[in-house]
Ligand binder design. Structure first.
Ligand code: ZN
Length: 469
C-alpha cells in the first residue's frame, strides 16, 4: 500500500517536474539549413544531432536518435528538402535543411583545327569546326552563336542555367586579291561587224592559282552598231567582294566612199527575188543593149544559182536580198537577220568568189511587216550602214509586185516613174516573166530619151524610203 502511494507520488513528481522542466528536443545542425550544391557533385550532409533539454535540468548528454527523410539528387537541378525527425516523450520533433542543386559551370567550347588549312581571298574563312558541351545540358554545339569579322571569329554559347562561354579564333587569310589580266588592248577600236571577238583574259589569285574560269564577263558591246561600249570582267569571292577589270570598246563605222551624183539622167534597173527561170533571158536582153543592172538575189531557186555568176561576169551588180525571204524570221532579231544575210552572202561567194556590199531589205526599209519587233528597221539600217554595207530601196515601182501582171502596164509605170527624174532606182522582179518582158521596151525608150543605164555600186545615190519601224 505504501509502495503504491509512493509510486503515485513519484509519478506525480515526475509529471510535475516534466511540465515545469518543459523537456523538449533541441537540434544542433552543422552547416547551413539552406545549402547550395553544384550540379553533378556528391552531396554530403554536413551533420546534425539532437539532445533533450529542459528548464530545470538542462540538456541531456545523450544524443537522440534522428530519423532522416529526403534525398538530394545532384544529377537533377532543383530544390530538395531533408527532414530530420526525433520522437521524444511521446512527441515528434523535426527540422529541415534545404539543398538547392544548381549549375554554375559554363559550357566548354572546343575549336577544331584542320592541318595546313589557309583561308583564301576567294573562299574567305571556311569553318574548320567546333563543339560545345555542358556538364548539365550535354551537347550544345547547335546553340553556338558564331560572329565572324575580318580577322577573328567569336563563338558564344549559353547553357540553360544562363552560364555563358566564349571562344575566339584568329583567322589567317591569304588576302591578296586576284589579278585579272586582259589580253589585247584595254581600249579597243574596231570597225562595226557582225560579231566582236574578245581577245581574252586570265585571272590568278594571290597563291598563283588559275581563276580564269571564275571570271564573269559583262559586256554591252553591240558589234554591228557604232558606239562606245564596256566589257567588265569580275571575280566575286564568297564574301561578296569583287575584283574587276574593264575594257573599253569603241565600234566605229566602216569607211564608205562618197556618193557621186551622176551628171546624166540615170536609170538603175534593179531586180529582186531571183535568180529564176527568166533571169537568163533578161541577161540576154541587157547584153544586147550593153545595159548594166542590179540583182538583189535570194536562195529560193538553187537550180539557177549559176545565174548569179553570170550576172557578175557580165558586169552587173549583185546584192543580198535575203536567203529565206521569211519576214517573221528575218526581222525577229538582229541575230536572225544576220544569219539570213550571211547565208545569202555565202551563196553569192560560192558563185562569184566575192562578197557584196549591196543590200535590199525584203519589203524595203520602210516596211511595217516587221512592226512585231519594234525598232528593228531603225537598228538594222544603222547597223548595215555602220558595217559598210549600202542598202537601196527604190523610187520607181514597176507595179509588178501585185498591181499588174501586164507587160505594157509595167513599161508604162517605169517610164512614167523615171520621167523627169535625175536618178531612178526601179524595182522589178526577175522571177516574173511579164516583168522581164518589159525590159527591152524600157531600155529602148530610155536610150532614145537620153537616159543612161547603170548598175548600183557604193557610190550610187541613196534611194532610201523613210524608216517606219
Ligand atoms: Zn523580195
Amino acid at each position: 500500500m505504501i509502495v503504491a502511494v509512493l509510486l503515485i507520488y513519484l509519478v506525480i513528481i515526475i509529471a510535475v517536474a516534466t511540465v515545469i522542466d518543459a523537456r523538449h528536443v533541441r537540434f544542433y545542425m552543422s552547416g547551413s539549413d539552406n545549402v547550395t550544391q553544384e550540379y553533378g557533385t556528391t552531396f554530403k550532409d554536413p551533420g546534425i544531432y539532437a539532445v533533450s533539454t529542459g528548464k530545470l535540468f538542462g540538456e541531456g548528454n545523450r544524443q537522440l536518435e534522428i530519423k532522416t527523410e529526403g534525398t538530394v539528387n545532384t544529377e537533377a537541378l532543383g530544390s530538395y528538402t531533408i527532414k530530420y525527425g526525433v520522437r521524444y516523450l511521446f512527441r515528434d520533433y523535426s527540422t529541415e535543411r534545404h539543398v538547392n542543386v544548381v549549375d554554375t559551370q559554363p559550357p566548354v567550347i572546343e575549336l577544331k583545327h584542320k592541318e595546313g588549312y589557309e583561308a583564301s581571298w576567294m573562299t574567305g574563312y571556311v569553318e574548320e569546326g567546333y563543339t560545345a558541351s555542358d556538364n548539365c545540358d550535354g551537347d550544345l554545339t547547335a546553340k553556338v552563336i558564331r560572329a565572324e569579322n575580318e580577322d577573328k571569329i567569336i563563338y558564344t554559347v549559353t547553357d540553360s542555367s544562363g552560364n555563358t562561354a566564349t571562344a575566339e579564333r584568329e583567322i589567317q587569310y591569304i588576302k591578296t586579291e586576284p589579278r585579272i589580266v586582259l589580253y589585247g588592248d584595254e581600249n579597243m577600236v574596231v570597225t562595226a561587224s557582225a560579231g566582236f571577238t574578245d581577245p581574252g583574259y586570265s585571272a590568278t589569285d594571290g597563291a598563283g592559282d588559275d581563276l580564269t574560269q571564275l571570271v564573269q564577263v559583262d559586256s554591252n558591246v553591240v558589234a554591228y552598231l557604232a558606239g562606245d561600249y564596256r566589257i567588265v570582267y569580275t571575280i566575286t569571292n564568297e564574301l561578296g567582294n569583287s575584283v574587276s577589270a574593264v575594257r573599253n570598246v569603241t565600234v566605229i563605222p566602216a569607211n564608205r566612199p562618197d556618193v557621186v551624183t551622176p551628171d546624166t539622167k540615170t536609170i538603175y534597173l534593179t531586180f529582186d527575188d531571183g535568180p529564176g527561170p527568166y533571169t537568163g533571158k533578161l541577161l540576154d536582153v541587157l547584153a544586147k543593149y550593153n545595159v548594166k543592172a542590179t540583182f538583189f538575189v535570194t536562195a529560193a531557186n538553187p537550180k539557177y544559182y549559176d545565174m548569179i555568176a553570170r550576172e557578175v561576169n557580165e558586169g552587173h551588180s549583185v546584192g543580198v536580198h535575203t536567203y529565206s525571204h521569211n519576214y517573221k524570221s528575218i526581222y525577229s532579231s538582229e541575230e536572225a537577220f544576220f544569219e539570213d544575210f550571211y547565208a545569202m552572202q555565202d551563196v553569192i561567194y560560192e558563185q562569184t568568189g566575192c562578197y557584196t556590199n549591196l543590200y535590199r531589205f525584203p519589203g524595203g526599209s520602210s516596211n511595217t511587216v516587221s512592226s512585231f519587233n519594234p525598232g528593228i528597221m531603225s537598228r538594222l539600217t544603222k547597223a548595215l550602214t555602220d558595217m559598210g554595207y549600202k542598202y537601196f530601196d527604190w523610187n520607181v515601182s514597176s507595179g509588178d509586185a501585185g498591181e499588174t501582171t501586164r507587160t505594157n502596164v509595167v513599161v508604162d509605170n517605169i517610164e512614167a516613174g523615171c520621167r523627169g527624174m535625175k536618178a531612178s532606182v526601179v524595182l522589178q522582179h526577175d522571177i516574173k516573166d511579164f516583168s522581164v518582158n518589159a525590159v527591152e521596151s524600157v531600155i529602148i525608150w530610155g536610150l532614145q530619151n537620153g537616159y543612161t543605164f547603170r548598175a548600183l555600186d557604193m557610190t550610187s545615190p541613196d534611194a532610201h524610203h523613210g524608216v517606219n519601224n
